[in-house]
Design a binder for this molecule. Structure first.
Ligand code: DOR
Ligand code: ZN
Length: 345
């Protein structure tokens, strides 16, 4: 039996596109299915100013194949030197949709991130005033905190105090990986949402470590115990509008993953929708897929739901290439280790 499912065209509320040859290779993988995406600013050097964001947006649009439509929603990388006036004018002109907070040292290219949160108070207050959301990489970086506890500790030590100090600020907890993250979002009265990645709905930490180290399942925040994956599944498939898709599709070429100190990131742009349809079907929640991938994100960001639609159909298992080629080397596609029956038609 073939089933079909038509949804408003989805958006990706957390995406890494990189630059140059990799940008050119990965952009069509997202633009094929998604109308818009929040573009992460952790390039080297990072996208800090409005001028940086405008130049990066132009490079993305230049890299887009002619027949594809796609709107990059730009972000600024918050540093201790970010200028509230620059942030305000970037927002007022429609250039940026959010500001991204990386605690310094938390992840890939986060060295310019924030160490002393008192130094960004002025920008955060301005953002609260003008309604510009803050996207947060929610992990502490203290060496003495176990990597599996870094999200929960961040909520207590950084995020909750920051939100209490700036109550009007709209915050997205990016790529939550724990039941603590889910519970915190549910406990908040307003102004707080969370993205959930495709891969964190599928893998737990055993997938990374059992039977040998599997570098293509290593990302940050790192996948946690099974009970946390189940909490994320429940949140994503619940229909609660505070949870929405941010794939965190994060391409790194194979030599940079398959090495003694490999980069963090799972590349999921190509097969995300097939995987999510399978996941939502497994959980008896296919009727809630549209909310998670197409409706809750725009609602949080105050943007319209896309008028265009996509159709998924269920049939024989779909196969995807193991890797995509870029001018800089191959990038391995996330393997969900289960047959996928839904394809975008
Ligand atoms: O796994 C990740 N990869 N997590 C991040 O926070 C950054 C990203 C990247 O840029 O590669
Ligand atoms: Zn990311």
């Amino acid at each position: 039996m073939t089933l079909t499912l038509t949804l408003p065209r989805p958006d990706d509320w957390h995406l890494h596109l990189r630059d140059g040859a990799v940008l050119k290779a990965v952009l069509p993988e997202t633009a094929r299915h998604f109308a818009r995406a929040i573009i992460m600013p952790n390039l080297v050097p990072p996208v800090v100013s409005a001028a940086d964001a405008a130049a990066y947006r132009d490079r993305i649009l230049d890299a887009l194949p002619e027949k594809m439509a796609f709107t990059p929603l730009m972000t600024l990388y918050l540093t201790e030197d970010s200028d509230p006036e620059d942030v305000t004018s970037a927002h007022a002109s429609g250039l940026v949709t959010a500001v991204k907070l990386y605690p310094a040292g938390a992840t890939t290219n986060s060295a310019s991130g924030v160490r002393d949160f008192t130094r960004v108070r002025g920008v955060l207050e301005k953002m609260a005033e003008i309604g510009l959301p803050l996207c947060v990489h929610g992990e502490v970086t203290d060496a003495e905190i176990d990597i599996f506890d870094r999200e929960a500790v961040f909520i207590d030590r950084v995020l909750d105090p920051l939100r209490r100090a700036t109550p009007g600020l709209r915050v997205v907890m990016e790529h939550i990986t724990t039941s603590d993250g889910v519970a915190y979002v549910k406990s908040a009265a307003e102004n707080l949402g969370a993205t959930i990645t495709t891969h964190h709905l599928v893998i737990n930490r055993n997938h990374i470590l059992v039977g040998g180290i599997r570098p293509h399942y290593y990302c940050l925040p790192v996948a946690k115990r099974e009970e946390h994956r189940l909490a994320l599944r429940e949140a994503a498939t619940s229909g609660d509008p505070r949870f929405f898709l941010g794939t965190d599709s994060a391409p790194h070429t194979d030599p940079n993953k398959e090495t003694a100190c490999g980069c963090a990131g799972c590349f999921t742009a190509t097969n995300t929708l097939s995987i999510l349809a399978e996941v939502f079907e497994q959980d008896g929640a296919l009727d809630r897929l549209a909310g998670f991938v197409s409706e809750h994100g725009p609602r949080f960001y105050g943007l319209p739901v896309n008028e265009d639609t996509i159709t998924l159909s269920k049939g024989d298992p779909v196969t995807y290439p193991e890797k995509i080629d870029t001018g800089n080397g191959p990038i391995t596609l996330f393997d969900p280790q289960m047959p996928l029956h839904w394809r975008v038609t």
